[in-house]
Design a protein around this ligand. Sequence first.
Ligand code: SAM
Length: 220
Amino acid sequence: MNVAADHHGLNCEAQGEQRGWKRQFMRPEGWVGGLFGRLMARKNADQTLTGIELFDVRPQDHVLEIGFGPGVGIQALTARAREGRVCGVDWSNAMVAQAAQRNRAAVSARRVELRHGAADRLPYPDAVFDKVFEANSFHIWPDRDAALREIYRVLKPGGRLMLCLRMKHPTRTKFVAPGHTVEDIRTIAASLEPIGLTIQQQETRELGRTITYLVAAKPN
Ligand SMILES: C[S@@+](CC[C@H](N)C(=O)[O-])C[C@H]1O[C@@H](n2cnc3c(N)ncnc32)[C@H](O)[C@@H]1O
């Protein structure tokens, strides 16, 4: 397994070094990517849905999900922000197609807008979202500081970000999804403050794997 400490000092797997099937989790492509998307829809649903429950999404919220993959989170966010709007960006064409299919009614009704795009170049104007959500994609972002600055830019004053971070498996190292160490979580939390995002909530849940949920807010 390729494990590298990146410029944030995180120990999770570095995107540029991945080959083969691991790459399909990071940017699923083609028909194989479609199969990986279906697998993620099953394996990651609990973690995503628990995060959305904890995030207190309001009916009128305008929400962005980054790295939505198969679109399970988009579906749950749409059910909660029922008078608002849900947008999503993912840099995988295969995932944009799969999530659009899963959310076709809401896309047709223009309640959901899914775009091909990257976390560090969000295709939105300043201060338009009440909430920004991500699950299982933060560790893949090549330039996390740039992405966090973009998130800060697109959040409204008082808007909030949730990161859903899977923790490292306590014993297994092979054939297991990558995860963060406790030290990684401290590093990530510390990296939010200089951007202007204040940590408001940190929770863990046992969902087969330990998940850490971090919520940070842009000041009013
Ligand atoms: C491991 S999958 C997780 C998908 C979904 N959130 C879940 O938990 O099932 C990571 C997803 O994030 C997307 N992704 C990773 N880095 C990204 C980036 N920098 N910008 C946009 N999308 C990204 C990938 O294409 C993929 O769909």
